[in-house]
Design a protein around this ligand. Structure first.
Ligand code: A4F
Length: 492
């Protein structure tokens, strides 16, 4: 069995593990994940039975050979290579955030079921940025950023966010340097030319200046590579994790290698920019790899903080993006000169579809995601309240737009063909809205949700009852959908 397990290990390249006990880790991995993973995992577990796969630790000679040959992009830094002043401010920041109860266990959704994560988290990053994982959109507590007036609940929380911003900057610079070094090394290996002098000069200039400038790069790394390298390390946020394993009554066992309790199961991080790197700062207190490689987090025995700096794919995840979407949708709303009568500019199926889809996006990807997390963001700052109120205002106008579509398609003035098409598109989006409203209502009332402390309990918002006359449509769209279905049948 041991031999078979060894063979299986070769096949299962995505399940890899590196034991890291020191404090800084840059994980630089690429290539995309594979859809067959789940089956592979299941098959492997069946094959393993009571047996476990062998693994190596830094005490094994093979560990270093494997690292060099198979995980060359995993870069590990000892804590004493990091400026002491930075360590101090970051570690103090972690402790401040813990003291102010800013870490929260997330209520995530996996395959239609709700679970509270064992690890507590807080997202800090660029203002207006979000990061989605396991169907949960986290909103950044903004770090101090030029041009933004951010009010923190205390000066200590401000300092903590600033420390994380500094760490982010440091890790970005370090990652660029490390990747540039690797590029040079790889180029040298391939070409095997005599560039040693230039390379040494380059390395010296980096150590001396301690930061990366465009000029430095251009002498050695082609411009395109340099830009791509910078983008791949331009971390826009950090997801901070905290867990005290001794406080956790139940933790899953690592299933493949038998390595003890896990804080997080094997997984790929989601929603990262392709080929971007993740930089991790890890701090164990008191007793003192992503596209190709899955990773799990072993629980250990001491409370541990980590700050995981990421280039989150924010193409649909920033305030700027969603406000742009709202603006696009509201362009179809015509307000007469007295600002009283509202009408739709177009009833073209494509236009109605787009507007109604944006309506769903604002409601389910922003408003409900935000309020589902209760009042947690108020622990650090009230920064998100204003944009959320603005988004809700736009969403209310979109509710009016939906009701206007409904009254228009009820009339028989339009060309029959277009009317049919408009109703069909409209029905699809409304049916999705109804499905998602039911799902979110249920999520807010789940056992897991009700187990959370009062101030973290999910709020089902927006929610209204039929007697709230300021809403143009009911919360429950069942009847509206049934009427539309009848209309389609009748027209056909
Ligand atoms: O087992 C877990 O790690 C877990 C437990 C739980 N109560 C909720 C979620 C998870 C979880 C998970 C948590 C955080 C994270 O960043 C990634 C995660 O990935 C996972 C998971 C992948 C549970 C199962 C899984 O396959």
């Amino acid at each position: 069995m041991k031999r078979r397990a060894g063979e299986r290990e070769k096949e299962l390249k995505q399940i890899t593990m590196l034991l890291c006990s020191k404090e800084i880790l840059h994980c630089l991995v690429s290539k995309s994940c594979d859809g067959k993973q789940l089956q592979t995992k299941k098959k492997l577990l069946e094959e393993l039975g009571e047996n476990r796969l062998p693994y190596v630790t830094p005490a094994d000679a093979d560990f270093h050979q494997l690292w060099k040959t198979k995980y060359s992009k995993l870069i590990f830094r000892k804590s004493d290579t990091v400026p002491e002043e930075l360590h101090q401010m970051v570690q103090e920041g972690f402790l401040t955030l813990r003291k102010h109860d800013c870490f929260f266990q997330d209520l995530v959704r996996i395959k239609g079921k709700d679970f509270v994560t064992p690890v507590s988290r807080i997202l800090i990053g660029n203002p207006g940025c979000t990061y989605k994982y396991l169907n949960t959109r986290l909103f950044t507590v903004p770090w101090p950023t030029e041009g933004y007036d951010i009010k923190y609940c205390s000066p200590q929380i401000h300092d903590a966010c600033k420390a994380l911003f500094r760490l982010n900057d440091y890790l970005h610079i370090e990652a660029v340097k490390a990747l540039q070094g690797q590029n040079l090394f790889e180029t040298k290996e391939i070409k095997d030319t005599t560039v040693i002098d230039r390379e040494q000069n380059f390395a010296t200039s980096l150590t001396e200046k301690g930061s990366v400038s465009k000029d430095q790069s251009s002498c050695c790394v082609p411009e395109d590579d340099y830009v791509s390298l910078k983008n791949r390390t331009s971390y826009n946020l950090t997801l901070l994790n905290y867990m005290d394993p001794l406080q956790m009554l139940y933790l899953k066992q690592e299933p493949y290698f038998g390595m003890g309790n896990m804080a997080v199961s094997w997984h790929h991080d989601e929603n990262l920019v392709e080929r971007s790197t993740v930089a991790v700062y890890s701090y164990s207190c008191e007793d003192n790899l992503n596209m190709t490689h899955q990773h799990c987090v072993l629980a250990g025995f001491s409370p541990r903080f980590s700050s995981t700096h990421r280039v989150a794919d924010c193409s649909r995840g920033t305030l700027e993006y969603i406000f742009g979407q709202c603006e696009r949708a509201l362009q179809n709303l015509h307000t007469d000169s007295d600002s009283v009568a509202l009408s739709l500019k177009s009833l073209e199926p494509a236009v109605v579809k787009q507007v109604e889809e944006i309506h769903n996006e604002v409601e389910f990807e922003w408003l409900r995601q935000f309020w589902f997390q209760g009042k947690r963001y108020l622990k650090c700052t009230d920064w998100w309240l204003k944009p959320m109120a603005k988004l809700e205002e736009f969403w209310r106008k979109m509710e009016i737009m939906t009701s206007l579509v409904l009254s228009e398609v009820g009339k028989e003035e339009q060309i029959e063909e277009q009317r049919n098409e408009t109703i069909s598109c409209f029905l699809l989006v409304l049916t999705e809205r109804q499905r998602l409203r039911k799902e979110w209502t249920a999520r807010c009332q789940s056992e897991a949700a009700e187990s959370l402390p009062e101030d973290q309990r999910p709020e089902c918002h927006p929610f209204w009852t039929d007697d709230e006359f300021n809403m143009p449509l009911p919360y429950d769209l069942e009847e509206v959908i049934a009427n539309l279905q009848n209309l389609v049948q009748w027209v056909e």
